[in-house]
Write a protein that binds this ligand. Structure first.
Ligand SMILES: [Ca+2]
Ligand SMILES: [Ca+2]
Ligand SMILES: [Ca+2]
Ligand SMILES: [Ca+2]
Length: 632
């Protein structure tokens, strides 16, 4: 036998062909064809038919065991797995197998489709679509393809290289019957713009991109008034109302209505009053530089503030910065943060932000949406700190309270600190002061120019060691580097050179809740060791040193003061309160303010006792009505 005859026989082993059946596709497939399984030809939509033929002669009978439909070059449905609910292959009206749907293919296996010599078989692909909200892309076309490698046959094989379905057919169609809110905030601020997105949708929540209905948003429930919901035409089936405003704190819902589409109702939205920040301890002074572009004499600045009107029970990310009066309301300001973590070491960051762990702190609000905490700012070489006398406010930048990574709320202290430059003399200059003490690491030290601790402190400092080496050798003032940083119980800050009363009171307050741990006082500001805080003139080179004997900052933890009764009688206000059993009448100061937006100041009051720990303050009645605080 000649070799050429052998080659002819080998070439004729496979002779199966395939061809697309013309016009076998559905023109459109409704988004509402969602059969979970397709077991009859009454279910799903016919997507394509392919005829497999076995020409007479050459190879004989073949059996197709697997077919894998892939995406044609012009397929417009990117992910079949998230789009197709079920796929089934039929021989006539007989269901052969359910397909395994992947992102870019539908695989049928375990088939036994016999194609005898000189016969053909037409197979039908039917499919249904997902009923998940938003899963379907309106007007997208499927295109199916088969190559010879996609058809697995036994005893014969496929010779046709490839076939495709008609790319202009099998169009997914979404026809809107209702409106739906696609994006609505859970929390808004009263009288501040918020946005909401409305879509025209089918029953499954898919967007109908062909809908242009004119839609209006109105308030459905709630005590207040909603504005900004005037009619807008949908564009590509959707639109965004960017200037919605609700005017009353409380919960409300909105509805969107238009044309013949079923009205949409939003989820419940909570309107909060604008968040506020109030000072608890806001020092009057902050270190800075008189000129130049670097600040190599830094000391940390600490303050304690209260936030209100935030989301209740929410965990916020934050960082704090310094701003000045010319900064806009949403400027992020400047400065480094020393994040006063409630446990573990503090965290210093020179690149604060809300995205990266270590560049922000977190806190959780209470059940009324409030939080009180310490915030520590390190003044840098930024211009805000660069001119002595500048008024620097602390701005705390918050996320959305829900793991967001962008600034959402900017809270600025109502009072500013005056920038002091280290120097021995001159306007807005200051002298260093540091102390050794038995204070607990990471608590705070507050300095006052009066023994009562009235008004805002002159300065506040963290108690070392905070667990952080604050880059002290490179950018901190030398005395902080040498005598404070990393030394347990040590603290350091700056006080003004114009200080006629000197430092008369040094307090230790807790990191956890700001409560007073201990206070030491000296009524003339010249402390027992000789440390003279009256009009100091040492600059940074000769700081005032407060010894652990001057101000140990220890002592029995004072009992919490509790007001037990208030009455007005005989032209006096009588305030009954309890203190520690060892407290003496001279331990207390009564503070008063006409309204809570101004500072509390000491007033003349008579304090009497009716037993250990039981006290009454008697204050002559005045007008207008006042708020009172008892302070130890
Ligand atoms: Ca044949
Ligand atoms: Ca449509
Ligand atoms: Ca430190
Ligand atoms: Ca003294």
């Amino acid at each position: 036998m000649a070799a050429g005859n052998s080659q002819t026989i080998v070439a004729a082993v496979y002779d199966l062909t395939m061809s697309a059946v013309a016009a076998s596709e559905s023109a459109t497939i409704s988004s509402l064809v969602n059969d979970a399984t397709i077991t009859t030809t009454g279910q799903g939509a016919q997507a394509w038919q392919v005829t497999l033929s076995n020409p007479a002669g050459n190879a004989g009978a073949g059996t197709v065991s697997a077919i894998n439909f892939t995406q044609g070059a012009n397929n417009g449905v990117a992910n079949w797995q998230t789009t197709i609910q079920a796929a089934e292959l039929f021989d006539g009206s007989t269901a052969l197998a359910a397909g395994t749907i992947s992102a870019t293919s539908i695989a049928f296996s375990g088939l036994s489709v016999g194609i005898a010599d000189n016969t053909s078989k037409t197979l039908t692909l039917r499919l249904s679509l997902k009923n998940t909200a938003g899963a379907l892309k309106d007007n997208a076309h499927f295109q199916f393809a088969l190559t010879n490698g996609d058809v697995t046959a036994m005893s014969n094989g496929m010779t046709t290289v490839s076939v495709n379905s008609d790319e202009t057919q099998n169009q997914i169609t979404v026809l809107a019957t209702k409106l739906g809110f696609a994006s609505v905030p859970a929390y808004v601020v009263t009288n501040a713009a918020f946005s909401a997105v409305v879509q025209a949708q089918d029953a499954n929540g898919n967007l109908d991109v062909d809908d242009t209905t004119s839609v209006t948003i109105t308030k459905l429930t709630g005590a207040g008034t909603l504005t900004g919901g005037d009619a807008l035409n949908l564009l590509n089936g959707t639109n965004r109302w960017a200037a919605l405003v609700y005017d009353t704190a409380g919960t409300f819902t909105m509805q969107a209505a238009g044309g013949s589409l079923t009205t949409a109702t939003s989820g419940t939205i909570t309107a909060l009053l604008a968040p506020t920040v109030t000072d608890v301890f806001m020092p009057q002074y902050m270190q800075g530089i008189a000129s130049g572009s670097s600040n190599s004499k830094r000391v940390p600045f600490a303050c304690r503030v209260t936030f209100s009107n935030l989301i209740a029970g929410a965990t916020y990310r934050y960082y704090n910065q310094g701003v000045i009066g010319t900064d806009t309301a949403t400027a992020t300001g400047a400065g480094n943060c020393i994040l006063a973590s409630p446990s573990g070491s503090f965290v210093r960051t020179s690149s604060p932000g809300l995205s990266t762990a270590g560049s922000y702190g977190t806190f959780t609000t209470d059940a009324s949406g409030s939080y009180t905490g310490w915030f520590v700012l390190e003044p840098t070489g930024n211009a805000r700190f660069g001119t002595a006398g500048n008024q620097v406010f602390v701005r705390i930048i918050l996320n959305d309270g829900n793991n967001g990574t962008s600034p959402k709320t900017f809270l600025t202290t109502p009072d500013a600190a005056t920038v002091l430059a280290f120097n021995t003399t001159g306007a807005n200059t200051g002298t260093g002061i540091w102390g050794s003490s038995s204070a607990t690491d990471k608590n705070f030290v507050l300095l006052y120019d009066n023994v009562a601790g009235a008004g805002q402190p002159l300065a506040a400092a963290l108690v070392e060691s905070d667990g952080v080496a604050e880059n002290t050798a490179a950018s901190y003032v030398k005395f902080y580097n040498d005598s404070v940083d990393g030394i347990s119980g040590a603290w350091g800050t700056i006080i003004p050179n114009m200080l006629a009363n000197g430092i008369q009171r040094i307090e230790q307050r807790k990191l956890s809740d700001g409560s007073l741990v201990a206070a030491n006082t000296d009524s003339d500001g010249v402390w027992p060791s000789g440390a003279n805080t009256v009009n100091p003139a040492g600059g940074d080179a000769t700081p005032v040193v407060i010894t652990a004997t001057d101000a140990p900052l220890t002592g029995a933890a004072p009992t919490t003061l509790v007001i037990t009764g208030i009455q007005v009688t005989g032209g006096n206000v009588l305030i009954d309160f309890t203190g520690g059993a060892a407290d003496a009448i001279t331990d207390f100061t009564v503070l008063s303010t006409a309204n809570l937006t101004t500072g509390l100041n000491p007033i003349a009051a008579t304090i009497t006792t009716s037993g250990p720990g039981l006290f009454r303050a008697t204050i002559p009645l005045g007008t207008p009505a006042a708020f009172y605080r008892i302070k130890r």
